[in-house]
Design a protein around this ligand. Structure first.
Ligand code: AMP
Length: 482
């Protein structure tokens, strides 16, 4: 199978060729003919499968080969609308649109919150064919009368499951209400929960359903490894690994924003170029960090789980779990950042005695045991005793055997809340990496509801990472002694 066989127009084939792709990925091989054939589509595909080109290429083909449905009097109108859950994903999808439409007279733009509206209004005034947006900003424009969606012929809901996780359901409904009823709609989601099925039923008309292999099984191309280490020596070990292996483009995960910042400070002192990416950073700082990381200027990008959603970096060689996530599914998302589109990748986890229980949960989920490798000089103290982990205002028990019984909340059963407690990380001189600002969220007043079966505490309703104020219903913070 080649791209030529899919019947795409020549300028698209040229752009695809220049992007270095020779063979369509499985989702592309299925989605491209399905979209070209017309009709709605429900596609099960995760980031890293090549899904973006899977919908972008046929949409661009159709925009070029079918005349605008409405007599537009020479003015360009938005004919294709792509909705994404996060700003980063929106920016990346639009970048893909630009890459693939390089040889086409197509105009595209991306719109998300956190940046000024005026340049976006200007772009809308000049006229667009393809708009990539996050729901909140799209609705802001609509309310202000700066956006006309009445000419939309193609609508893509990308990463629909994450949209629901992030509490966007009401916004999605509002967007659907203002789109023309007659259009071709495509829904992409990594999972098919009941909520996704309900959304698909509402949005799609007798859709074709395609699904590619889930990466939940943690792709074989990703080499996974555990390095057991004492909690206070993780930073040193990370630096040692980066320097001794001459690693570049390392994506490092921490549980909390505060921990991400402190790790960056430490790495910089060790002459490792690093930046943190999380919701307390301005949009321009996030964009800059991502661009420098992609270009190879920046050796290490430290991210929290929420900030990392939607980040797509091609063929990322190394992912490091500086701290294991307390939600096992997040491990799968994290390591999905590497080894994508068939490339080899390495996912390393630095695990201290406090996190053995989290590790057991992860291994249960992925149905395999991850090989342990102790690094000489960094052997953990065999007598070290597990300590609870402070996550915002919550106390987690990540040690083995402490998670299913009574006494304390585990990562799965912990109650929500904990928006702003960063005192835990600063008070008492406790140098614990786990402490720091709560990334967990409060509701958005708009009926945000986490997907079924997902822990409420780490699934952030919209615009929450930066919003650390608001009433907290959880108990006051308990300090963990270091
Ligand atoms: P996506 O799942 O859309 O985020 O794509 C994951 C990555 O795979 C992107 O960064 C693309 O550059 C890359 N990619 C997409 N299609 C192909 C292909 N046919 N061959 C090789 N790489 C691809």
């Amino acid at each position: 199978m080649s791209f030529e066989n899919l019947g795409l127009i020549e300028p698209l084939l040229k752009a695809v060729h220049e992007a270095g792709y020779s063979t369509p990925t499985p989702i592309q091989a299925q989605a491209i003919p399905a979209v070209l054939g017309g009709g709605d589509l429900l596609a099960g595909a995760q980031t890293g499968t090549g899904k973006t080109a899977g919908f972008t290429l046929p949409l661009l083909h159709k925009l070029m080969t079918s005349p605008a449905a409405s007599a537009a009097g020479g003015k360009r109108h938005v004919r294709a609308l792509i909705l994404t859950p996060t700003r980063e994903l929106a920016a990346q999808v639009e970048e893909s649109v630009r890459i693939y439409s390089k040889y086409l007279p197509i105009r595209s733009a991306v719109m998300f919150g956190g940046v000024g509206m005026n340049p976006q209004i200007e772009a809308l005034r000049r006229g667009l064919d393809v708009l990539v947006a996050t729901p909140g900003r799209l609705l802001d424009h609509h309310q202000q009368g700066t956006l006309d969606l009445s000419h939309v012929e193609y609508f893509v809901l990308d990463e629909a499951d994450r949209m629901l996780d992030m509490g966007f359901i009401h916004d999605i409904r509002r967007v659907l209400a203002i789109l023309p009823p007659k259009k071709q709609s495509l829904l992409f989601s990594a999972t098919f929960s009941d909520e996704i099925k309900a959304l698909a039923e509402r949005l799609l008309n007798s859709p074709k359903v395609i699904e590619v292999a889930r990466r939940n099984a943690t792709a074989e191309t990703i080499a996974q490894k555990i390095h057991p280490v004492d909690r206070d020596r993780k930073r040193e070990l990370l630096t040692h690994l980066i320097k001794s292996n001459n690693w570049h483009q390392v994506l490092v995960f921490t549980r909390m924003k505060h921990g991400a910042n402190r790790l960056v400070e430490y790495l910089l002192k060790q002459d490792v170029t690093a930046m943190a990416i999380h919701g307390n950073k301005s949009q321009s700082a996030r964009t800059r960090a991502l661009a420098e990381f992609k270009s190879g200027e920046l050796q290490v990008l430290v991210a929290t789980d929420i900030a990392a959603r939607g980040i797509d970096i091609d063929q990322l060689p190394h992912v490091v779990n500086f701290e294991l996530p307390n939600v096992p599914e997040d491990y799968v998302h994290r390591i999905g950042r590497t080894g994508r589109a068939g490339a080899e990748g390495e996912a390393i986890s630095l695990v201290c005695v406090d996190e053995e229980g989290f590790l057991a949960d992860i291994e249960k989920l992925i149905k395999r045991s991850i090989p342990r490798e102790t690094i000489a000089g960094y052997e953990p103290d065999p007598h070290a005793r597990p300590e609870p982990i402070l996550l915002g205002r919550r106390v987690l028990h990540g040690a083995p055997g402490s998670r299913s019984g009574s006494g304390g909340s585990s990562g799965r059963s912990g109650s929500g809340g904990g928006g702003g407690g960063h005192r835990g990380g600063q008070g008492g001189g406790a140098p614990r990496q786990h402490s720091g600002q709560g990334q967990a969220s409060h509701g958005n007043g708009g009926g945000a509801r986490p997907a079924q079966g997902q822990p409420q505490d780490l699934r952030a309703p919209r615009r929450t990472e930066a919003a650390n104020s608001g009433p907290l219903s959880s108990p006051p913070p308990r300090r963990v002694r270091g």
